[in-house]
Design a protein around this ligand. Structure first.
Ligand SMILES: [Fe+2]
Length: 508
């Protein structure tokens, strides 16, 4: 069944470049490498990780050039992966209990990060134009060799910075190669959110020149709102304290009684979303209290500034994919649930695009904003945009993946006119396939925002392939099919490195 594709568990790397079978014609200007990251192995010996977020990182690479596509993949040799492999033991990741752990081992987390909390399986992001990092949401990130995907360097952010103690999966990558990112800070009694800039400098390690932009105290007692992304405009950072609370009391309880980390994440149905606005350049925190209805948000789509006719700032728009907290528990993404069609593939849980307008020229200190559904019939998550040209700017098009309604599909919506929607369904031979987050690649001389293609990695029962869609109407213009005996796995996120900009990331 299709749902198994989410939790596909592989054992074998595909290190040599495998040429795919091309159907259709790939535009010659699509020249670069698609890097993707996700969970690729769940089973060790007779034990299996229980949660979608727990599979060990498998990085995939599609090198596209001269109308051809070459594929390779690699399990990242993290401490967590290597120890699970050698000991057939499920070292803790997120949602699975390590039944072999002792209280003494678990207590390590009270004083320091265990070395094995390093399964960097969520995203890959370039730093500058020569480096690439694999990310998760603990204290660790890894630099990869872009050619063979081996780990080059382990960066422990809590040792590098006197600020945040965690990394995040969705830093904003800036034009000059720098990042703006966000971390949890547990170093003070009251937990904080730290906004940090990694100023790009080719001679420095990634966090040595880190700069604290702003620090915001948590609104919760003994915990923080879980965060996974944030909005960025030309002048502001927009951060949502949302309905999922990471509860420190529950974490400590879990350490004593051996529960999975996921048990420390609670959905608070009635917690109004607190909207924080921070000056991007001076770190000034806007002191007004903006809030909106309770939301569960993983992914910001895009944010931008809106001006009055006289040029003064009227407000900020932040678009997000959001879930209704009444139907969302992060711990429910388990192996059992995802194979029994009680979670994904039903209406019980669904993500829609919401637009939040934050007025910046109103006098009140407390302002309720509305999280307006752009089109409640259109259900998707893993949103992407034409990031290189439109991040932080007024834009029209969002692309995303529908995992909530069969057959699974790729969605395009015009956020300025949300009735304008395209959908590309993936149901070949009457079987549903699993498409990935779509990645936009701009054409050479674009006129429109959507002049380009989308790259979609598709998992099917028989053959996996890279699907290349025209970004205007989502028609498939080409695909590169893997040989039947070569399998890939589900991926959360990734990026495309055009050869023109990322020369070193395109070395074979
Ligand atoms: Fe994500």
């Amino acid at each position: 069944m299709h749902k198994n594709h989410f939790l596909r568990s592989l054992k074998k790397n595909e290190q040599s470049l495998i040429e795919t079978k091309i159907v259709g014609t790939i535009p010659e200007w699509v020249n670069g490498t698609l890097f993707r990251n996700g969970p690729g192995r769940y089973s060790y010996g007779d034990k299996t990780y229980n949660h979608l977020f727990d599979g060990h990182a498998l990085v995939h690479k599609f090198r596209i050039m001269n109308g051809k596509i070459f594929y390779s993949n690699k399990f990242l040799e993290t401490q967590s992966y290597k120890k699970s492999l050698s000991e057939s033991r499920l070292y803790p990741v997120f949602g699975t209990v390590d039944k072999l752990s002792t209280l003494l081992e678990r207590l390590e987390l009270v004083v320091r990060w265990p070395k094995t909390l390093d399964n960097v399986n969520i995203n890959l992001v370039p730093y500058g134009t020569e480096k690439i990092f694999a990310l998760t949401e603990t204290n660790v990130m890894y630099e990869l060799n872009p050619s063979n995907l081996n780990l080059i360097k382990r960066v422990e952010i809590d040792k590098c910075l006197d600020q945040a103690t965690t990394t995040m999966a969705h830093p904003h990558y800036l034009e000059d190669g720098s990042w703006i990112t966000l971390g949890m800070n547990f170093k003070n009694l009251l937990p904080h959110y730290d906004f940090i800039k990694y100023n790009y400098n080719e001679k420095e390690a990634i966090c040595e020149k880190a700069e604290l932009i702003a620090r915001i105290p948590s609104s919760h007692y003994f915990g923080l709102s879980y965060f996974h992304s944030f909005g960025l405009t030309e002048n502001f950072i927009i951060f949502l304290e949302q309905s999922i609370k990471f509860d420190i009391t529950s974490l400590l309880n879990g350490i004593v009684f051996n529960e999975a980390f996921s048990e420390a994440f609670h959905t608070l149905e009635n917690f109004p979303t607190r909207i924080h606005v921070i000056g991007r350049k001076n770190g000034a925190i806007v002191q007004k209290k903006f809030f909106c209805e309770p939301l569960v948000v993983f992914h910001h789509i895009n944010s931008y500034e809106v001006f009055e006719l006289d040029g003064t700032l009227k407000g900020l728009v932040t678009d997000v994919c959001a879930y209704d907290p009444k139907h969302f528990e992060i711990k429910n993404f388990t192996y059992e649930n995802m194979n029994s069609e009680t979670l994904l593939g039903t209406d019980a849980i669904k993500s829609t695009a919401r637009r939040i307008f934050i007025p910046m020229n109103e006098a009140q200190d407390e302002i309720e904003c509305v999280a307006k559904k752009l089109n409640q019939e259109v259900i998707f998550d893993l949103p992407t945009i034409n990031y290189a040209r439109f991040n932080g700017k007024e834009y029209s098009y969002v692309y995303g993946a529908n995992y909530f309604k069969l057959p699974f599909s790729i969605i395009k919506m015009n956020v300025q006119n949300p009735k304008e929607v395209f959908e590309r369904k993936y149901d070949y031979n009457k079987k549903s396939c699993l498409p990935s987050e779509p990645i936009f690649v701009e054409s050479l001389n674009p006129v429109r925002e959507d002049d380009g293609v989308l790259l979609v990695m598709v998992l099917c029962d028989e053959v996996d392939f890279l699907s290349i869609l025209d970004a205007k109407d989502l028609k498939e213009i080409a695909r590169g099919e893997l040989p039947k005996d070569v399998k890939s796995a589900f991926t959360f996120h990734g990026f495309f490195a055009p050869k023109t900009k990322f020369e070193l990331l395109n070395k074979i």
